[in-house]
Structures are given as C-alpha cells and as structure tokens.
Design a protein around this ligand. Structure first.
Ligand SMILES: [Zn+2]
Length: 74
C-alpha cells in the first residue's frame, strides 16, 4: 500500500508507520537522507544504494530524486 511495505523493514532503522506524512517540501528536503543498501558489503558508495530514505517520515527516493543525500526539488 505504501512505500514502507516495499522496504525491508529493519525495525532498528527508525521507520515509523504514519498515515499522514508531512509534505516533502516541509520534511524531506530539510533532512539528510539515509541510503538504503542491499547489504553491508556494498555500503561504501552511495551509488550502490537502492534508494534514499527520509529518516523523519520514511519516504524513499530514487537516485534521480537525490543529490548528495538531499532531495532534489524541481
Ligand atoms: Zn520526510
């Protein structure tokens, strides 16, 4: 139903299930994004990240939406 269901769901990564998420412009653009990795062996390079997750609301962004772990607002 949401992007969260597509995440691996590691409970220790601080994902919270909130129904009403803040607007991207009010939330994610102000937050440093956390890269999501396939596994611990590929965690050196952001280019290997599967996506980038906002630590506040849990939204995930693809590489095309992120630059240097920040949401690109266009
Ligand atoms: Zn956010």
């Amino acid at each position: 139903m949401s992007l969260l269901s597509k995440l691996f769901g590691h409970a220790d990564q601080g994902y919270s299930l909130v129904e009403k998420r803040p607007d991207i412009l009010l939330c994610c653009v102000n937050e440093p994004l956390m890269p999501r990795w396939r596994g611990p062996d590929v965690m050196e390079d952001d280019r290997n990240a599967l996506g980038f997750v906002c630590g506040k609301c849990g939204r995930e962004f693809g590489h095309d939406k992120v630059h240097e772990r920040r949401v690109i607002v266009s």
